[in-house]
Write a protein that binds this ligand. Structure first.
Ligand code: SF4
Length: 199
């Protein structure tokens, strides 16, 4: 089975699911089988709660300050498992900050506003804005839902003020003009933009 917890640079991450409702042109999972200390992040079968709990229990978190839900799939596609894992880590490792890196389509995916549930367990959320307008967003992220761009923006606005560290991100493959336009979109949601390195 692929690694459930893996480390990359200075961070530790949870790879809960390979399910995703986008097919981003830049997605790392289409370029590398694994990253960090994980030879592969492709699960043969997505993990269940017992397997995730075992992985958490077996991991030495000494020296880490944050656990990030981010793997080869969209964490909110496994919402019950995400929430259960976050509650468990809160209890067993209260010193860790908890963050989800998400495409922001979790409410659309799950058919209801998931922000209150996320806010009950998370310290931080990082939402992929990816593009400053719907046309470019659809071209880059190739979502399975129509209306994904507006749903992602609505999700971000819901997170603001409910999850203490809410931010939006773009990848630095965008032109400076697109990055500036993206910053304005994030600002219009009242959220800071972070530019992520590609690769
Ligand atoms: S949302 Fe994330 S996991 Fe899904 S295709 Fe895009 S980059 Fe990859």
């Amino acid at each position: 089975m692929a690694q459930i917890l893996y480390t990359y640079k200075d961070g530790v991450y949870v790879n809960l699911t390979n399910r995703c409702n986008c097919r981003c042109t830049f997605c790392v999972r289409f370029q590398h089988t694994g990253i960090g200390d994980a030879p592969t992040l492709w699960h043969k079968v997505n993990p269940n709660w017992e397997q995730v709990r075992e992985a958490v229990d077996a991991f030495d978190f000494h020296g880490y300050r944050e656990l990030v839900f981010c793997g080869y799939g969209e964490p909110t596609c496994a919402l019950p498992l995400l929430l259960k894992t976050a509650r468990y880590v809160r209890k067993t490792h209260p010193e860790l900050k908890l963050r989800v890196n998400t495409n922001g389509l979790g409410s659309l995916e799950n058919g209801h506003d998931i922000v209150p549930e996320l806010a009950s367990v998370l310290d931080a959320v990082s939402i992929s804005l990816n593009a400053p307008n719907e046309k470019d967003y659809n071209a880059v992220t190739r979502p399975t839902f129509s209306g994904a761009y507006d749903a992602m923006l609505a999700f971000a606005r819901e997170c603001r003020g409910k999850i203490p560290d809410t931010r939006m991100t773009v990848v630095d493959v965008l032109s400076p003009e697109q990055i500036e336009a993206s910053r304005k979109v994030a600002e219009s949601c009242g959220i800071p933009l972070r530019v992520r390195n590609f690769g």
